[in-house]
Design a protein around this ligand. Structure first.
Ligand code: ADP
Ligand code: MG
Length: 249
């Protein structure tokens, strides 16, 4: 439940199916994400985790079932679809910053172009967000001048600049050198504490334990297990999850 008392779920997936040709990648997915909830999605490679993320902001279409965002079916196209994309931030494994734009420009581009926010206002807010993720001093640099951990924090600031209702993180720390993982997770933990609704595909158990309300284990296109983080990591119910955990932990 959010501060304004809206207890309707932010995201509802019902009977969602997705094929790529003959490959059935999402199989009857039922999943509800509450406002302010932090959901961690974990599971073996190829299990459909990225496709699930992409389906929620309609980077992929689905071929069966329904997805409701904020109580409404996902828009198909046009302005409404652009609106959805600005309400659902996405942070990928590869940071996807614009190489020829400064750090601050990377963060202000969305608000000025998509939302029509005046440049000065977008810059002021952009600087606040860069400070929040600890990158304020790098604002006039270019992405290649920053470390991977710094670039991923910029990507988070860029997502926040659109004032999203939710952020999807798809393996945000998988491409980082080990010493940079925690600085990104710390920013994400801060967001979680501030009440951001988040779906996070990650195998970072420390993050899941500190920030997640719920863990979903996904394999072969299905949700195999849903559990609290503590239960999942110490006492998984299914053999499939136990087997997976024995390999990653
Ligand atoms: P995960 O993120 O859990 O590793 P993905 O959602 O990326 O899984 O992929 C699920 C399955 O769908 C995999 O077998 C993958 O090869 C396949 N797949 C993903 N995207 C496409 C695509 N655009 N075209 C064809 N197959 C795809
Ligand atoms: Mg993936």
């Amino acid at each position: 439940m959010t501060e304004n008392g809206d207890s309707t779920p932010l995201v509802v997936l019902e009977g969602v199916n997705k094929h790529f040709g003959s490959l059935h990648v999402l199989r009857d997915i039922n999943l509800t994400i509450s406002r302010g909830e932090v959901l961690v999605v974990i599971g073996p490679s190829g299990g459909g985790k990225s496709t699930l993320c992409r389906a929620i902001n309609r980077l992929e279409t689905i071929d069966g079932g329904t997805i409701l965002f904020d109580g409404k079916p996902l828009p198909e196209e046009g302005k409404a679809l652009a609106g959805l994309r600005s309400e659902v931030g996405m942070v990928f494994q590869s940071f996807n910053l614009f190489a020829h734009k400064t750090i601050l420009e990377n963060v202000t581009l969305g608000p000025t172009r998509v939302r029509g926010v005046p440049k000065a206002q977008a810059e002021q807010r952009g600087m606040e967000l860069l400070e929040r993720v600890g990158i304020g001093a790098q604002a006039s640099k270019y992405p290649a001048q920053l470390s991977g951990g710094q670039q991923q924090r910029v990507a988070i600031a860029r997502a926040l600049a659109m004032d999203p209702k939710m952020i999807l993180f798809d393996e945000p720390t998988s491409a980082l050198d080990p010493e940079m993982v925690q600085e990104v997770l710390d920013v994400m933990i801060g967001l979680a504490r501030d009440g951001m609704t988040m779906m996070v595909v990650t195998h970072e158990m420390g993050f899941a334990r500190r920030a997640a309300n719920r863990v979903v284990f996904m394999a072969e296109g299905q949700i195999v297990e849903e559990n609290t983080p503590d239960e999942f990591f110490t006492n998984a119910r299914t053999d499939r999850a136990k087997d997976f955990l024995s390999k990653i932990l």
